[in-house]
Design a protein around this ligand. Sequence first.
Ligand code: BES
Ligand code: ZN
Length: 372
Amino acid sequence: MRWLSETVGSRPTGAEGERAAAEGIAERLRLAGYDVTLQTFPVTRFEDRGSSLETGTGEMPDVRAVVNSAAGQVAGPLVDAGLGRPSDLAGRDLRGAVALIRRGEITFAEKARNAAAAGAVGAVVFNQEPGLFNGAMDEAAPIPVVALGGEEGAALLGRLAAAPLTTTLRVDASLVESSSQNVVARLPGGGEETLVVGAHYDSVAAGPGANDNASGVAVALELAEAAPSLGLPYSLEMVLFGAEEIGLVGSRHYVAQLAPAAREQIVAMLNFDMVGVGERLTAGGDDGLVEAALEAAAAQGVAVEPMAGDSGRSDHAAFSAAGVPALFFHRPDDPRYHTAEDTAAHVTAVHLGDAARVGAELLQALATTAQP
Ligand code: BES
Ligand code: ZN
């Protein structure tokens, strides 16, 4: 966990840090006796080279391009566009304007699309709380879109109420073709069946991703080192996913490249994502696996709560969608999620040990149920 978050540091998809992390993880798994392959796939990465917002005071507030923003420089009157819903835009003249939009209620992509459809040439989305945020859109926006801190957004609204404002918005960013990789490590077992243990090792660009998700990788590697002495009747496939943060791209690729027969032989997928910070450890997904996880946790004296649903926000989702029973281990309360403060100092080592012990207990419990 420390090696990934402190020595390698930030590991954004398709960047050098991600590749270095994959190589280090692969080496570690080879040393543990696994057959390791790097499964590479193409990715498109949003590279942000910096943005600015000029509002006529000479002071430049901190802004950050929302992922998938258009690039370029635009200028125009700043117009209060509420939450950016069609109902907020009705009756306001946004033609040639830069829309000032409050975060919340609808997606960033919807806000950008609505503002552009009303004629806006750019959009500034400000936080509902103090501080800047990392935003992402699931489609390319037709106009430049940046994030702004809550206080700065409120201050602009205040100035707008007093007098018209003209702004210049500049986004220097582009989509870069790159590649990412999954680290796939196999420990052959006696029978036909395979159990997949997964964790993503990429991070967001904003921080070192200690809890998200060097923590899950550490647990997976611990399990990888323990597994050979457990005498499991199934093959174990450890899969450390790349490109999770840009939309589960690594896990989707892994599932897509499986031959149907291989997919049917996967008895379960156990995913560890963010297991090092926060009071509650939760497990969600396939009902039978959740039940088995709660029993394994009880046997190890670790408190695990069932999760409502499975959140769908991590790599197990690609497996569930393909009909593979999947389980998601996750600690839901991390105040530093996706920030520069997601550092090793905030990760609780005992939490990692707890997740690994529950995982190992579960691997053994599933060995009994997996037998014919
Ligand atoms: N570790 C998070 C998932 C997460 C965070 C689940 C908080 C539940 C609560 C993961 O790395 C992530 O950030 N996922 C993205 C979604 C993904 C489809 C790009 C997210 O949740 O925004
Ligand atoms: Zn994550």
